[in-house]
Design a protein around this ligand. Structure first.
Ligand SMILES: [Zn+2]
Length: 204
């Protein structure tokens, strides 16, 4: 009860905004507004939603304008989509960013989202399992034919013989080359099953 009273007070002081269009929400409202929510397009997987419209705007604000406050809304959306994996995975592993990129950005967007997914599934988050060995150019900046080669061998995973069923998560999936390379590293390190879920996917 105290928590909800405190949250209500916070909402009065700083009314929440829609992560999609950035308009102020009505009192008591959270997440995407009534205009944006119907535009979120659910996909069958491995991406939860189509990358477009208000979700793309929200992800851009979150990642590039450093609106880390959007991690709650985007994380909740992601965690909801991940529910189908409940009881079927032992650990959530985010696709690793190169340390140089993390330093430049000041935070690691995918880790904030992965934490919400892990909490929702009631399994640990292991952000150290996967390491990015090379700071590769962003996949979206490359022609499709070069994307596999760009990330091949870019990841290394540490062995974990107790949590062998992995849910690998990323924010945006383009061709799937990145999650393929990361999955391969996890399998090499002893994973028995790697499931992939990204918050948003670019459709061909
Ligand atoms: Zn909106």
């Amino acid at each position: 009860m105290w928590i909800s009273a405190w949250n209500a007070l916070l909402d009065l002081l700083a009314p929440p905004r829609c992560p999609g269009c950035d308009t102020t929400l009505d009192f008591g409202e959270h997440g995407f507004c009534g205009a944006c929510a119907p535009l979120l397009e659910r996909l069958p997987g491995p991406s939860a939603y189509a990358f477009g419209g208000p979700l793309a705007d929200a992800i851009r604000r979150f990642k590039y304008a450093r609106r880390t406050d959007l991690a709650d809304d985007l994380g909740a959306l992601f965690a909801e989509a991940a529910r189908a994996h409940r009881g079927r995975v032992d650990v959530v592993v985010p696709v690793a960013s190169h340390p140089r990129r993390v330093r430049a950005r000041g935070f690691e967007p995918v880790v904030l989202l992965a934490r919400a997914v892990a909490d929702g599934l009631d399994v640990p988050l292991d952000r150290a399992r996967l390491r990015r060995l090379r700071d590769t150019p962003p996949q979206a900046s490359l022609p499709e034919a070069e994307r596999d080669a760009n990330v091949r061998g870019a990841f290394e995973a540490s062995r974990d013989d107790t949590r062998r069923r992995v849910l690998l998560v990323d924010d945006v999936r383009t061709t799937g080359a990145t999650t393929k390379a990361a999955s391969a590293a996890l399998y090499r390190s002893g994973a028995v099953e790697v499931r992939v879920l990204t918050l948003a996917g670019v459709q061909a």
